[in-house]
Design a protein around this ligand. Structure first.
Ligand code: AMP
Ligand code: MG
Length: 403
């Protein structure tokens, strides 16, 4: 049985970024940059006024208030050719290029218009050279990497791309995911379960997680634990970049998924991971006519499915989308109560992470009742990670993953 780390390494090894394409930056929100973006020019491209006021020669104001001649008025977007010489200045607006000769901007609040001569202004406060001026290239210099390949495109990046790359960006195609919920006992959320039946919570939950992770979902619904039904759904699901099945991967008589996947040419890469919940996880890959499909058989219990998606499916999704690895395990949480893990597998235990004044980040394991207990998971925002055969005391520092 593989450790979590080994399983993640195997998934990483078998997942390659999907082909890239160019699109509008806004459309790429949530995707990752497929290539570095380098600055084509200095930013700002000219010495720029940061304030509304007067472009002056700072030395003119060294000896106290000065009455200067206003030789020009410069709005943002306009380049002035009027040279500022000692004793002169130009009215300037925020964002406008500095006129030649001037080296600082005096704020409009520190000036008085000469009532007798509109072409003169009294500047009442001194400025140092460079004051209120953003120097050319002070934000970025030409050739500098502004955004690196793999970084996720957030609204901030959309702004930068619009500034530097005409609002276009190259990203990896977003992966398609097919989702199959297996189980004779399942009925859809809209149906009334009769005795022994349960509603399919995994299907919609996994769909939501896949959407959140930036995938295009093909929901294939509930499939009975019957060879022919499973075969038809698997054939369809294998058209996607990723196929997820929930249920049917343990050792029960009706756990038909692994055999049916193998029969469809999916090569098993591993079955079972040393983790609780989530041990029965199955992972494989099919390459057929140049098309690669990664296949995850997730255990049917909803919490197991969720934990496996968080840890393992997301790892594949990140690779396919060319996202830089984000550390999953967050260290440094202060455990609020004693905890014993008697089992021989690491436990990912639903917990509430909290940031309290003076106490740093604390982590409280919840009163979780096992893999079927999705209700307690709804109160959790993290999974506390406890090593096998270990005792923990309140006040100890532990790691968690955020969910
Ligand atoms: P299995 O992995 O198929 O043995 O299922 C393990 C447990 O998870 C059983 O109690 C199932 O009834 C339950 N289960 C399986 N699939 C789902 C699903 N889609 N939604 C909710 N519970 C499920
Ligand atoms: Mg089942």
């Amino acid at each position: 049985m593989h450790s979590v780390e080994e399983a993640l390494e195997l998934i990483g090894k078998h997942s390659s970024p999907l082909p890239d394409y160019e699109c509008d930056a806004v459309e790429a929100l949530g995707s990752a940059m497929a290539e570095d973006l380098t600055s084509e020019q200095d930013s700002p491209a000219f010495d720029k006024s940061m304030m509304d006021g007067y472009a002056v020669i700072a030395a003119d104001l060294e000896d106290g208030p000065a009455n200067l001649e206003v030789v020009d008025e410069i709005a943002a977007g306009v380049t002035s050719v009027e040279v500022i010489r000692p004793g002169t200045c130009a009215r300037i607006m925020t964002g406008a290029p500095m006129p030649p000769g001037a080296d600082a901007v005096a704020l409009v609040e520190h000036t008085q218009i000469d009532s007798e001569n509109v072409h003169r202004v009294m500047i009442t406060e001194a400025v140092t050279p460079g004051k209120n001026v953003l120097k050319r290239g002070s934000l970025l210099s030409k050739g500098q990497v502004v955004l690196s390949a793999g970084s996720r495109i957030r609204p901030i990046e959309v702004g930068i791309l619009s500034d530097m790359a005409k609002g276009r960006v190259t990203v990896h195609r977003s992966p398609s995911i097919s989702i199959i919920s297996t189980g004779d006992e399942l009925v859809s959320a809209q149906e009334e379960p009769i005795s022994g039946q349960i509603r399919n919570s995994n299907g919609p939950m996994l769909e939501a997680m896949a959407i959140e992770a930036g995938a295009q979902v093909i929901q294939l619904g509930i499939v009975k634990d019957k060879r022919e039904d499973l075969a038809a759904a698997i054939s369809k699901g294998l058209e996607s970049d990723i196929l997820i099945l929930s249920g049917g991967v343990s050792s029960g008589v009706l756990d038909l998924v692994p055999a049916e996947l193998t029969a469809h040419g999916v090569e098993q890469i591993f079955h079972k991971v040393c983790i609780k919940p989530g041990k029965p996880l199955w992972f494989g890959k099919r390459v057929s006519a140049g098309k690669t499909t990664l296949v995850f058989g997730l255990p049917g219990n909803p919490v197991s499915s969720l934990v496996c998606f968080h840890l393992f499916v997301r790892c594949a999704l990140n690779q396919l989308q060319g996202r830089a690895e984000e550390p999953l395990h967050v260290p440094g949480f202060l455990l609020t109560r004693d905890f014993v893990n008697n089992g021989d597998r690491p436990v990912y235990f639903p917990a509430m992470a909290c940031r309290k004044e003076g106490a740093g980040a604390t982590l409280s394991p919840l009163n979780w009742k096992g893999s079927a207990d999705l209700a307690t998971l709804a109160k959790a925002n993290a999974l506390a990670i406890f090593a096998p055969n270990s005792e923990y005391e309140a006040g100890q520092f532990i790691s968690a993953i955020m969910i």
